[in-house]
Structures are given as C-alpha cells and as structure tokens.
Design a binder for this molecule. Structure first.
Ligand code: BT5
Length: 263
C-alpha cells in the first residue's frame, strides 16, 4: 500500500496531524521539502514518499531510504520557546514506539533519536526548525522507519547498524496503516506536551530506554568521556555520572552517544 492520503486515511483518527498529506514516489528528502513549504502549509501537514534520494540524518549524515521503508515528515507550528523544540524528538520516539506496540512489537529507545530492535537501529528521527529573530516559525519532524526493507545491498557501515521490522520479526506490516497509527499516537502525545504534560512522553521514553543504567561513551568531536547513563531529566536531558562521580546533564543534540556494547 503506497503512503498516499487515501490509504493512510483508513486508520487515521487525528484532528489535524496528517489531515493534509503530500505524497511523492521519489523525492530528495521529505525534511528538505518540509523546509521549503513549512511557512505556508497547514499545521500538521505530512510529507510522505516511497523513496528518498538524499535522505538526511543529523550532522550531515545520510539516511538510506529504499523501498519498503516508511519516510515521512510532519510540519508543526508550536507556540513554544526554541529551547523546548528538542523535546518533540522524544514525543515522536514515544509515538513511534506506542504505534509499534499496537502490533505487539516492543522497541527500545536510544536517547535521543533512535529506535532499536534486536540491538540494531530500525528508526531515526530528525527534528529541524526554522527561526527568525529567536522566534520559531516551524518545526519539521522527520521519521525514517525500516518496515520491510532489507540491507543486502547497502554499504557495510549501514549493514552493521541497521535492521527492519521484517528482518527482526518476519512481519510485513502495512506501511499506510502504520503511518496512520504513528500520527494518531503522535497527535495525542504532542497535544499533551503542548499542554504542559511532556512527562507522558518522557515516561514512555524512560520505560523503553536502551541507555538508562548502562555505561556509555560521550563523544564530542574527538573527545570521548566514559560515563554511566542514570536517568532522563524533566526536560528530556540525559543525566549521566562520570567515572569521578560527578553528575551532569546532557542536552540532546550536543553529543553522540554509544552504548559500550555497540562497539
Ligand atoms: C537519524 O540521524 O537517525 C535521523 C534519520 C531521519 C531520517 C528521516 S527519513 C524522513 C526524513 N527526511 C530526511 O531526509 N530525514 C528524515 P543520525 O542519528 O544522524 O543517524 C544517521 C546514521 O544512521 C547513519 O550515519 C547510518 O549509520 C545510520 N543509517 C542510515 N540509514 C539507515 C537506515 N535506513 N536504517 C538504520 N540506520 C541507518
């Protein structure tokens, strides 16, 4: 089932998220497109596609998005301070995880923007925004979820880290229905967040966390610091303890993080 408005609509229960879908067979990147229309489109517009030719990760990294993956971007115009935007990544991670739960699939959330299954990455989230004079114009939240794509022909570095729902469970989920369920869960959690209840998403991220309680390496440019992840703070920051006992809060986007088991 293609990720068209018609197909997604069957399971959509939202007020505004996904009520306008812009569908492409092939596009450079749904986030790049969202950034082109973000100031003028309706709030909750979702851009979907079958294939991206220049899918983007964070910090200029690439996102491989072949057929069988679910790639989409939601455009939002929250009336919040810029400093709170990174929380939407966690709202989204919680929403994707809740949607997958509806199929009996239990994922782990790797702070701040990855979902994992079988200790490999099945989903990445890219939150971008446009601002003017410190005012938020819009947020584009991109979701790349590997549904039934396989990685046989992918470069070695992607093969090593990536997996899909099909590879892990043998289930070939209907992507349109899954997209609708993600939007349903996202709208609920996003509204809670806007109404001051970020803790609803945070509790899901904590419960599903793949990092809390684990030794981690905090990678910042070329320096690596060993620490233990202790908790997620009330603003979604990662609370860590260094080997010398000192406690610190890491704001999302500041660093890369790798659990030691991954190495
Ligand atoms: C992310 O970046 O994980 C965010 C990915 C967001 C992708 C969506 S798709 C829809 C929307 N439009 C876009 O252009 N982007 C968004 P980051 O944490 O930087 O992770 C990137 C790394 O993940 C790469 O360097 C690879 O190691 C790995 N990777 C690339 N493609 C992958 C895939 N399909 N599955 C799993 N891992 C992948």
């Amino acid at each position: 089932m293609y990720l068209t408005a018609e197909n997604i609509d069957d399971d959509l229960q939202t007020k505004y998220i996904g009520r306008k879908i812009i569908y492409f067979d092939t596009i450079d990147s749904t986030n790049a497109y969202a950034k082109r229309i973000g100031e003028t489109c309706e709030e909750g517009t979702v851009i979907t596609c079958e294939k991206q030719e220049m899918g983007r990760g964070r910090l200029g990294r690439q996102w491989e998005s072949q057929k069988g993956s679910l790639c989409m971007t939601i455009v939002l115009r929250p009336n919040i301070n810029i400093s709170h935007v990174s929380k939407i990544t966690q709202v989204c991670a919680a929403a994707v995880s809740e949607a997958l739960n509806e199929y009996g699939i239990e994922v782990q959330i790797k702070w701040p923007n990855d979902l994992k299954l079988g200790n490999k990455k099945i989903c990445g989230i890219l939150t971008e925004m446009k601002t003017e004079n410190n005012n938020l114009l819009f947020v584009a939240i991109g979701i790349g979820l590997n549904v039934y794509n396989v990685f046989e022909e992918s470069p070695e570095d992607i093969k090593k880290v990536a997996t899909s729902i099909f590879v892990e469970t043998g289930k070939k989920l209907n992507r349109s229905s899954l997209a609708a369920r993600i939007m349903n869960n996202f709208e609920y959690l996003y509204e809670e967040f806007i109404n001051g209840n970020f803790n609803v998403s945070l509790d899901i991220c904590k419960k599903k966390s793949d990092v809390i309680g684990k030794p981690i390496n905090l990678i910042n440019n070329k320096t690596v610091k060993k620490a233990k992840a202790i908790d997620l703070g009330s603003d979604g920051e990662l609370v860590v303890q260094y080997e010398n006992g000192k406690i610190d809060s890491i704001i999302s986007g500041e660093i890369s993080i790798r659990t030691i088991e991954d190495r």
